[in-house]
Write a protein that binds this ligand. Structure first.
Ligand SMILES: [Zn+2]
Length: 591
């Protein structure tokens, strides 16, 4: 017997008040009293967000009669038992005013939502198929609105008409993995290896759609061929919201939600690939790569999400780090950026990792595990305590790729590891997630190398990966130098008007040794006023080893510090290509 559908409906009920009305009708509720819950987090973004806090009203009914609803905890409710054979409907009003890719956002101009912010999960019915009626807001103002989503239309599965109406999902997990945009977005389409792709752009913009579709097509085709045809998704949608200034993306199985600055998009007549557009293409490439690496190849801990609480894994370095390695590398390999630009991007990543003392405090495995409370909840001490599984993870991917290539005479590379992960762990309905040691064991099996020491240092240790040594056989020299001759305080500062405040004091730095702290408001160096424009100037006239007297306010109390200045920080890396032809390098960079 086929299980009955759970029927949802969603409508921006009061767009100006940012309210959505969401209904969930269950044909066969639990006779003991049906429970419902809203996720505490959204897969892909590892922070407890408690989406249920935005439910402003909730009630239940059966056959037009009120059913008592009891709140059990911060995100769960239980309905009183209803008669046998009676359907139960829960109706919520959800406040949606979070302009991010993670939640929901509604006003008179558009509505965007992730299912995890709006669709209640009927406990015990998670595997039932779902229908969702996506409804247009009421009023003439909304007549031109359309729908963009990777959800499958319920009636005609082949036509993607962007109409309001019924869509379907095989289960709750799928229902919440297809974000939805409604409004008057710009739409462009292209095909990559036979798979239809769409780009829907909301917000005012002057995007050169022909350029964008041509470039995205190259990236998508490269990635589909990288993992091997056919692509795992029947169609794919890039949902882009263009605003004044923002940058972010979230991956889904057949779509991605992206937030960007409108100036990041290409404009007609644009020459080359300016930095902002390159960064947007890198974001698209990153989220698209996730369609394989994290949406299908998954940590074992994600094969069945617990949406009520943190889901711990030590493997985010492989899913975010390796994806970060391949996102820009894909741009290089499909000819969208030059080698010189790609080497500069890798050098910036090395800067980011090496300039944070946190890399000596936390391993990549620990950073992954603690993402919920550390990486996603940054504070003034984060640079001292946390290593990013994105940036260091991408350097470990680079190091592993170089090591595999150099030590197998280019017979095996990280590409082979990714493809084997995809073939063994990513495909099929009954796919199983990967365990802590699976990537090491797979790389060892393919290459015949012993990688225990490499992974012990790179993933479970805090020793810096020796990229200089690993790059050498590829004819690339890693150089480290100081960015300026100014002696160092060892701080990061933020400015507000003419004020300079310390935002981070690096562990072991001259400023920390002297007693300065994050949050201190700098006033003067040797009796001369500090402003955003004078700080560097005042320091540049001193020498490393000299002691300066600094005044600062802490809790509005004037304090004085004697700071012995450090040597200019060697915080810039460069990757220099050696002229000689190098076959290892050629094979690597051409993929
Ligand atoms: Zn990512």
């Amino acid at each position: 017997m086929r299980p009955a559908h759970i029927c949802y409906s969603i409508r921006p009920s009061k767009p100006a008040a940012h309210l959505l009305e969401v209904r969930c009708t269950l044909p066969a509720p639990d006779p003991a009293g049906q429970r419902f819950a809203l996720p505490a987090w959204i897969p892909g973004s590892y922070l407890i967000r408690d989406f249920a806090r935005h439910i402003v009203a909730i009630r239940a009914e059966t056959a037009g009669k009120v059913v008592p609803l009891t709140k059990i905890d911060k995100h769960s409710w239980q309905a009183a038992p209803v008669g046998k054979g009676m359907a139960l409907t829960v109706i919520c009003e959800v406040y949606a005013w979070d302009l991010s890719v993670r939640a929901a956002h509604v006003d008179q101009t558009h509505a965007f939502f992730n299912g995890s912010s709006v669709f209640l999960r009927a406990l015990g019915h998670e595997h039932s198929p779902c229908l969702v009626d996506i409804q247009r807001p009421i009023g003439r103002h909304f007549e031109a609105w359309r729908v963009a989503t990777a959800l499958t239309p319920a009636c005609d599965q082949t036509a993607r008409q962007h109409t309001f109406g019924l869509y379907r999902a095989a289960n709750y997990d799928e229902l919440i993995d297809h974000p939805v945009e409604m409004g008057t977005f710009t739409l462009a389409t292209f095909t990559a290896c036979g798979v239809p792709h769409e780009i829907a752009i909301s917000g005012r913009h002057d995007c050169d759609l022909a350029r964008l579709t041509a470039d995205l097509q190259r990236i998508c085709e490269w990635q589909i061929r990288f993992f091997g045809e056919p692509a795992p998704m029947p169609h794919y949608v890039f949902l882009v919201t263009a605003v004044d200034d923002a940058y972010g993306g979230l991956e889904h199985r057949a779509s991605t939600a992206l937030l960007c600055a409108r100036d990041d998009l290409p404009y007609s007549g644009m020459r080359g690939t300016p930095e902002r557009y390159r960064s947007f293409l890198g974001l698209c490439s990153h989220e698209y790569f996730h369609a394989w690496n994290v949406k299908r190849i998954q940590p074992a801990a994600f094969s069945s999400y617990n949406l009520d609480a943190e889901n711990y894994t030590t493997l985010l370095w492989a899913f975010e780090g390796f994806t970060s390695y391949y996102d820009d590398l894909a741009l290089l390999r499909c000819g969208l950026i030059r080698l010189k630009d790609w080497l500069a991007l890798v050098a910036r990543t090395i800067d980011k990792v090496h300039n944070n003392p946190g890399r000596q405090r936390q391993t990549l495995a620990e950073s992954s595990f603690d993402a919920w409370t550390k990486y996603y909840r940054p504070d003034e001490n984060t640079p001292n305590a946390v290593v990013s599984y994105y940036t260091k993870g991408s350097l470990v991917a680079l190091a592993l790729d170089l090591k595999l290539r150099a030590e197998t005479s280019n017979r095996i590379s990280l590409n082979d590891v990714m493809r084997a992960l995809w073939q063994r762990h990513g495909q099929g309905e009954q796919r199983c997630g990967i365990g802590d040691e699976d990537i090491r064991m797979l790389a060892e099996e393919l290459s015949g190398l012993d990688l225990e020491h490499f992974f012990a240092e790179a993933v479970h240790g805090t020793t810096d990966v020796d990229l200089a040594r690993l790059l050498q056989p590829f004819g690339i020299r890693l150089k480290r130098s100081a960015n300026s001759t100014t002696p160092s305080l060892g701080v990061k500062t933020g400015s507000d008007g003419s004020e300079v405040r310390l935002t981070t004091v690096y562990e072991g730095s001259p400023a920390q040794v002297a007693g300065l702290s994050a949050g201190d408001l700098l006033l003067a160096i040797d009796g001369l006023r500090v402003t955003p424009s004078t700080l560097d100037r005042l320091l540049s006239r001193r020498q490393a080893g000299e002691t300066v007297h600094m005044h600062a306010f802490r809790r509005d109390e004037l304090m004085e510090f004697a700071v012995q200045l450090g040597a200019p920080a060697k915080d810039r890396h460069q990757l220099q290509l050696q002229r000689k032809r190098n076959s290892l390098r050629k094979d690597w960079l051409q993929g």
